[in-house]
Design a binder for this molecule. Structure first.
Ligand code: TXA
Ligand code: MG
Length: 320
């Protein structure tokens, strides 16, 4: 029997009983539990096979509830929250003592956001606790953007996926931390860098190759298909390298006329970066199911959401 359901009341009941429920957000589906339930939070880590050093994002229903989670709010954090919430910006701020260490991996900061999805906002409003939710995929694999993706991963491990349709943004939130009250990007994501800089001015992007990164979403290999995947700025040049192989191609918008390609999918036929982001993981899921020898992905224009998509493709292909 399918674990996919649109029944918000059922999700309320399960979450209140300290169970794990997969929830929709505008970015990707999350594997959610009561932040104050050790049982639920441990189950999230076990289900994902996620290492405990990797902290979780806390999801809240309103800016008002922010001060129950964090100690102080730098001025630029307040500006970002007002500009982008509900929406795909996660702020990493000094945590209140009441936030359990298991959520934050023992750090004195906590990641928090208000998701912009009507189903999950209603759910959060009906609960009297916030939800910790990492993306609902096994550690390092492709993030889920439909209820079906989650069901395929976890149908034997969780009781329910709350169905909220396909995620509209399609890649994870942009994570912003603060050092000396100045914002720093820890993870590129669904809110474009340029939009953030419009609110807080020039912003640094932290080195993404650290061994013990502040945001393990920054680990070199992440969001990865099982199939060997390569990223290129020049498809026509790379195709002969894989002659005789079963090739799957991900292009930005164009169709490549080359009969050595077994299957090709464009992220957006009109060259729209927002549409590309919303299609990215589904396209990776589709190609990864096809027993191909190689997935070749075309690098997108390196601005706006193109920059965030390139970041994800880079991590899908990193070979470490
Ligand atoms: O869009 C999203 O952000 C989705 C949806 C479900 O909200 N969630 C998500 O969660 O992507 P996850 O767990 O896959 O990625 C959260 C990232 C991790 O890389 C984690 O290391 C980082 O947030 N993070 C969490 N708490 C942190 C903290 N206190 N300091 C630095 N990074 C933190
Ligand atoms: Mg994730």
């Amino acid at each position: 029997m399918s674990i996919i359901s649109k029944d918000i009341s059922k999700a309320v009941t399960l979450l209140t009983a300290e169970e794990v429920v997969a929830i929709p957000t505008e970015t990707v589906y999350g594997l959610a539990g009561n932040i104050y339930s050790e049982k639920a939070i441990k189950a999230i880590f076990e289900t994902k096979k996620r290492p405990f050093f990797n902290p979780l994002i806390v999801h809240i229903p309103s800016i008002d509830s922010l001060n129950t989670i964090v100690e102080d709010i730098p001025e630029k954090a307040q500006l970002l929250a007002e500009a982008f919430w509900p929406g795909p910006v996660t702020l990493v701020l000094k945590k209140k003592n009441t936030i359990p260490d298991i959520i934050t991996a023992g750090k004195d900061t906590v990641a928090v956001r208000i998701p912009n999805h009507p189903t999950t906002l209603e759910l959060l409003n009906r609960l009297d606790f916030p939800l910790a939710a990492p993306s609902a995929n096994p550690f390092s694999s492709i993030s889920p953007t439909t209820a079906q993706h989650v069901e395929t991963y976890f149908k034997d491990q969780i009781k329910m996926v709350l169905d909220g349709g396909a995620c509209t943004s399609g890649i994870e939130s942009t994570i912003i931390g603060f050092e000396n009250d100045e914002p720093i990007i820890y993870r590129l994501g669904s809110t474009a860098l340029e939009d953030i800089e419009r609110i807080v001015g020039n912003i640094e992007i932290k080195n993404r190759k650290e061994i013990t990164p502040d945001a393990p979403g920054m680990l070199e290999r992440h969001y990865a298909p099982k199939t060997k995947t390569v990223l290129t700025g020049n498809i026509l040049k790379i195709l002969p390298v894989y002659k005789g192989k079963r090739i799957g191609l991900i292009t930005f918008q164009s169709e490549i006329k080359d009969n050595s390609v077994e299957v090709q999918l464009a992220l957006s036929k009109t060259g729209n970066l927002t549409e590309s982001a919303s299609n990215l993981y589904d396209v990776l899921h589709q190609l990864d199911k096809m027993q191909l020898d190689v997935i070749i992905a075309e690098r997108l224009p390196d601005h706006g959401l193109g920059k965030s998509i390139n970041d994800r493709l880079q991590r899908a292909t990193a070979n470490i």
